[in-house]
Design a protein around this ligand. Sequence first.
Ligand code: C5P
Length: 242
Amino acid sequence: MPARNPKDRLIVALDMESLAQAEALLDRLQGVVGAWKIGSQLFTASGPMAVELVQKRGGAVFLDLKFHDIPNTVAGAVREATRMRVLMLNVHASGGSAMLRAAAEAARQAAREFNVAKPLCLAVTVLTSLDRACLQRELNVPLSVEGHALHLAKLAKDAGLDGSVSAPQEIRAIRNALGREWVIVTPGVRPAGSEAGDQARVATPEAAIRAGADYLVVGRPITAAPDPKAAATAILEAMAKA
Ligand code: C5P
C-alpha cells in the first residue's frame, strides 16, 4: 500500500556527483523529507555507499538505475538492489515481458531469502525526453507517447510489476486503466513559477497528486533552490492541500 503522509510521498532526487554533496543536502532536509532517489550519476560515482548514507539517516531509497538487459542479468541486479533494502527500483518495460517477469520474481525471491521487505518494482515506460516524432521516426512505434506508455504499463502489470514511473500527463489514463493498487511515481513536478529546465511535460505538485500520483519525484526545484528546506516544505504543504 503506498504511503499516505506527504513526507513519505515526496522523493528528492540526489542528482549529484559526490557523497559529500549528497550528505550536505540530506543534512539540510533531515526530518523534512523521508525518501530519496539515487540515480545513475551518484550510484556510478559512489555505489552502495550512497544507499547506506540515506538509510543511516532513516531515509527510504528509490534506486533509479532503470535496468534494461537480458532477463537473467536484470534478475541479478534486482536481487542485489533488494538485498540493499531499497524501497523501490525500476526497470525498462521495453525489455519485454520475460525480462519484467524475471525482475518481479527476483524481487520476491530475494526478499524471502534475505528476510527484507520486497521493493516496489516499477516500470519505466516512455522516457519523458522522447516525443512522438522520435517514437515514430527513430523507434518505429506508430503510437502517441501516452498510448505507448499505457501499452507498456499494462505489459508490466501483467508481468507482475507493482507500478510505473509516469509523466504528469499520463497519470489519469494509467490510473483509470490499471486501478488503485498500481503505484504511480511522477517526475516532472514543478511548483507554480519555477523553472521547467529540460522537462517538457510538467505539472504542479497539487495537479500531480489530484490526478492520482502516489509519489512525486522532485530534483532541481528543491536541490537548486536558495533554501532547499523552504522549497521542500512549500511542496509538502501543496501536496497536503491537494
Ligand atoms: O530536477 P528534476 O526535478 O527535473 O529531476 C527529476 C528527476 O526524475 C531526475 O532525476 C530525472 O532523471 C528523473 N526522471 C525523469 N523522467 C523520467 C524518469 C526519471 O525526469 N521519466
